[in-house]
Design a protein around this ligand. Structure first.
Ligand code: ADP
Length: 269
């Protein structure tokens, strides 16, 4: 795998200044059920945040609100000061039109549990599609960029393969390259290794680890505690739609302050 990685070419001083996420008092309900309950969290630019919690605690819902795949009922989210999914006029927020939402989403890469590659496109076409459609790069530029990203994820030789010819781990690495092709400020990973056979988990986590030092803000929902320990600047633990604690990986994983965290860690470790 190539070591060189320049995803979001920035000067050293600018590096820490984009990709700040501010989640302010958000709540999300499905009918009478509260999936997110007054969640607030500030994520600093260029950091890695791992979100842990039992199944159904709202981790995925929280992640989806960050790029407006899910609409919040209360509160708001800002990325570098821009409201996600809304624009502000006076004291009111108005939801953006679909086109503007899609444009905003360019800044936020999303990697799904099940890869979601386009099955009818080759690996290369999967990667070049979005930057061309969004008018960010010419076809030639997009192809050059795609090969750089294929080097980053160690799969240059698969450029002309079809997704179905790849292992799950390889498909997920391509899905990461595809998300990076739009030069996002923020990358969201929703249980990126949970659909993989155990022997393929490591290769995907290695790629995410590499991104950790690239300046892109990473938010990762995962059950991989070892990964959290090694890579996370911050670990957030959720239960029943609430953040019950958050802090450094060392603090939350080694000296949890909440019984629910302690019990969860005992079960997964
Ligand atoms: P986690 O990622 O922590 O497993 P989720 O965010 O996926 O949890 O879900 C939180 C809760 O919200 C779950 O109880 C889930 O069943 C519920 N939920 C999620 N999406 C929907 C939906 N579209 N409609 C109804 N309930 C939902």
């Amino acid at each position: 795998m190539s070591e060189a990685l320049e995803l979001y070419p920035r000067t050293a001083s600018a590096q820490a200044s984009v990709g700040k996420i501010e989640i302010a008092n958000i709540s999300k309900r499905y009918g009478a059920f509260t999936a997110l309950d007054d969640v607030s969290l500030t994520i600093e630019p260029g950091t890695v945040t791992v979100i842990l919690g039992p199944s159904g605690s709202g981790k995925s819902t929280l992640l989806r609100t960050i790029n407006h795949l899910e609409r919040v009922d209360e509160g708001f989210i800002q990325i570098d000061g821009d409201y996600v999914g809304y624009r502000r006029k006076g004291n009111k927020l108005y939801e953006l039109k679909e086109r503007a939402i899609l444009k905003q989403r360019i800044q936020v890469g999303y990697v799904f549990q099940n890869f979601n590659l386009f099955p009818h496109m080759t690996v290369l076409d999967n990667i070049i599609e979005a930057p061309i459609v969004h008018g960010l790069l010419t076809r030639r530029e997009a192809i050059n960029r795609a090969f750089e990203l294929l080097d980053t994820v160690g799969l240059r030789e698969k450029a002309h393969a079809w997704p179905r010819q790849l292992s799950g781990g390889q498909q997920q690495r391509i899905a990461i390259a595809r998300a990076l092709a739009l030069n996002p400020k923020v990358m969201l990973f929703d249980e990126p290794t949970s659909a993989l056979d155990p022997e393929l988990v490591g290769e995907v986590l290695e790629v995410i680890k590499k991104l950790a030092s690239s300046g892109v803000t990473l938010v990762v929902v995962t059950h991989e505690i070892g990964f959290a320990r090694q890579v996370a600047d911050r670990v957030v633990f959720m239960v029943d739609g609430k953040i019950v604690e958050s802090g450094s990986a060392d603090r939350v994983l080694n000296r949890p302050g909440h019984q629910r965290t302690q019990r969860f860690l005992e079960r997964v470790l």
